[in-house]
Design a protein around this ligand. Structure first.
Ligand SMILES: [Zn+2]
Ligand SMILES: [Zn+2]
Length: 398
């Protein structure tokens, strides 16, 4: 036999040819070693094949045989299924970036299935991430069967993913802000960014208040804006579900003329800047739970005398009677409502249950700023009349 031009592959081939007759001589009880060696040869050959696959593909060697890619070439010529061929090519690509893994496979320290798992991890996370932990992963691969090793790789993926997700979330969190602008043309611009959790909390808090009531003509954006104000108004005093407890107080400077709704009276002034129309001042003063009106010394006294604040006992009675906003069709619960004086206290209306009604902010606004009339029938029914339909004035309202 001529051995002059013999390649390593030729030697393997002739070794394989000699194997069956040699194997026949071996005691059956010792064939375990043969099987192990056989597996090692197959696995180590995979490393050689991976290297060869890359170089052959890069050189476009498959084209000479009329194939459009390495995978179909390998499928036909390597006698593999499409999936198995694609897997070999992908592993070859990944191992190029993971030379330590490829070497470990070539030396028989890990099996092909270990290398496949590492290659898949690199596919998910990027080879750079895997390279950082390659030594640890290989150490685990050497001592574990491929099934166990998949668990290790999955854990690693999750760890890296979680770290990446956390880092991403932390970066996003840093960008949070909220700006509340100065009043311009009667409006205050609010804009900002919240992290995902903050956004979810705000949305969860606002959604219930932002639902449309029956016959609600507000746009979804208007409802959300109202909900924000409503929730801020209701939320400050904790543990006061009946709304009787302390609530955020707006500081408003107003004159007595303004409160009395006299034509030509100056506008109210807000502590944070901006002015308020007289009717808004009257609404805010209507239930002083949300406002503190300051003015001249004379005004302070007048206000005190008028009994502007609804005493807790009266408020509890009002909540017990009305339960929710009394506007027909509205179901805003008591904590989100103001007490409305049917006859404004500034006009001499008493702060008594028969002159009070529970109204949500939207409807309180309708009664004051938008000219609706609200009255309570003898049978306890509440009647709300829009401004255009008022033909006769049956009773004074606040
Ligand atoms: Zn009112
Ligand atoms: Zn209402």
């Amino acid at each position: 036999m001529c051995r002059s031009s013999e390649t390593p592959l030729d030697r393997i081939m002739s070794g394989l040819k000699d194997l069956p007759s040699w194997l026949a001589q071996q005691p059956a009880g010792q064939l375990g070693e043969v099987i192990i060696k056989g597996r090692e040869i197959i696995d180590r050959t995979e490393a050689v094949a991976a290297d060869a696959t890359r170089r052959f593909e890069k050189a476009g060697g498959y084209k000479a045989d009329g194939f459009l890619g390495m995978v179909p070439w390998l499928r036909v010529n390597g006698k593999l299924s499409g999936g198995a061929a694609a897997e070999r090519v992908e592993v070859a690509h990944q191992l190029k970036e993971l030379p330590r893994t490829e070497e470990a496979l070539a030396r028989g320290e890990i099996g092909y299935q270990h290398a496949l798992t590492i290659a898949r991890t690199a596919e998910h996370l990027g080879a750079a991430q895997v390279r950082k932990a390659e030594a640890t992963l290989l150490k685990a691969a050497e001592t574990m069967d491929p099934g166990q090793f998949v668990g290790v790789a999955k854990n690693f993926e999750h760890q890296v993913d979680a770290q990446a997700a956390l880092a991403e979330a932390n970066r996003a969190h840093e960008r949070r802000y909220l700006r509340i602008g100065q009043p311009v043309d009667g409006l205050v611009r609010i804009d900002g960014l919240l992290d995902t959790e903050g956004g979810a909390i705000v949305r969860t808090a606002l959604e219930p208040s932002a639902k449309p009531a029956k016959g609600d003509t507000r746009t979804p954006d208007q409802r959300l804006a109202d909900a924000l104000v409503e929730r801020c108004q209701a939320r400050i005093g904790p543990g006061h579900p009946d709304g009787a407890g302390p609530r955020p107080q707006l500081m408003i400077k107003a004159s007595l003329d303004t409160l009395a709704g006299i034509d030509g009276a100056p506008a109210g002034e807000l502590e944070w800047g901006g002015t308020l129309p007289a009717e808004t001042v009257r609404r805010l003063a209507c239930d002083s739970a949300v406002t503190r009106i300051t003015g001249l010394g004379e005004l302070e006294q007048e206000i005190t005398h008028a009994g502007r604040s609804i005493p807790p006992a009266t408020r509890r009675a009002m909540v017990a009677r009305d339960h929710r906003c009394v506007f027909p069709g509205c179901d805003r619960p008591a904590p989100w409502c103001d007490g409305h004086h049917l006859v404004h206290w500034a006009d001499g209306g008493p702060t008594r249950l028969d002159n009070l009604g529970l109204v949500c902010r939207t409807h309180h606004r309708k009664v004051h700023e938008e000219g609706w009339k609200l009255r309570r029938e003898k049978d306890g029914r509440w009647i709300a009349t829009p401004p255009a339909l008022i033909v006769t004035s049956r009773s004074r309202s606040g």
